[in-house]
Design a protein. Sequence first.
Length: 403
Amino acid sequence: MITMRRTWPKRLTILLLACALVAGAAQGQAISGSTDTWVTVQEGAAGTGLKAQDEAVAAALRKAVEQACGVFLTSKSKTVDYQAVYDKVIAGAVGYVIEHKVIKTWEAEGITWVTVKAHVSNQKFEQEWIRIAHTLHQENNPRVVVVISEGGLMTTTGPVTREEAGLVQGKIEDFFLSKGLVLVDRSTTQNVSKRDIMLASIKDDTNEVAAIGARFKADVVVVGQATAKLGQRIHVAGTALNQFVASMNVRIIRTDSAQLLVSKTFGPVTSNSMTAAGGEDKAMTKLAEESAPELLKTLIEAWRKQINVTRHVELLIGAMDYKAWKTFSEEARTIRGVQNVRRREITLEHANIDIDYSYSVDNLADRLSEMKTIKLEITEISANRIKLKVVGLAKPPEGKEEE
């Protein structure tokens, strides 16, 4: 028997191998390309000039990322921390844009419009989302004090009143910690301090609640009262059950300004128990477990509006008279990212000024310390407030008299 062995010419073998490599490379490019997307978007910003154009392009890039990563965002939209992570990720939208081109720029009725073509990296966006989901707002995540008292409990033996640090507060704190929220150390806020917050809340003294919270370097205080009461007796499948009803009123207060961010009621929830004893605890536990995710979402959303959307920053500037204010105001309005500058008051050469800013507080502090016409020194900085003092005014150019 003769075995025939087929041999391929060497040049043909090399050619086939090259074609296989090219095909493989093309397939690899297709796979890689599936993680990148080209999109064309249009956005505008109020005003004219380069500053308005920069803001319009930045808005267009954010829109491009949202559009390119829409499927991924939809898949994450029902997660508890969606809005918190979304705000942090989208703030760095330009980092997910491989390249972009401003195709067209025009102005109409005081608005600068741009059309931008952007090449977005979906893979980088998704990786960043996962990373931030584990750290949950390193910069903008507020430090929180939680004080939930439990009172007005009605049992078969009469009313029961509990102080703070009960079932509801403990479970809410545990849930917040599990989601990466920064809580003020419980050991530093026990006993008298938390009782003071609770009493101030009962008196409806928002300023006092804020002042106490600020002593612990907290950004916000979550204060509330949870109640449970024995309701009607019901019968299920011939078995008599005691029905307990629980609800909770919560207020979220910003410590640096005593501003009430949220006032909300959670519940009521019902819980059934065969015995009256312990039924209120069961109802309170259910209330805490069901309300904690919604409370976290409410807190983060309120904080986001304060920090990321409006980013209202309070400036307290010492050694500033009216002349220095005019100099400051004129240059501050030209700083990129500054949306508005408002003077609240100037008393005894101390100015209270509000600024709406698009970027971080640290970034604003850097820009203020670099001002040319007025020299400012940063003395204190927090999540929403910067304290400064005037250390000098720039000398007018030679030959030009001061106005």
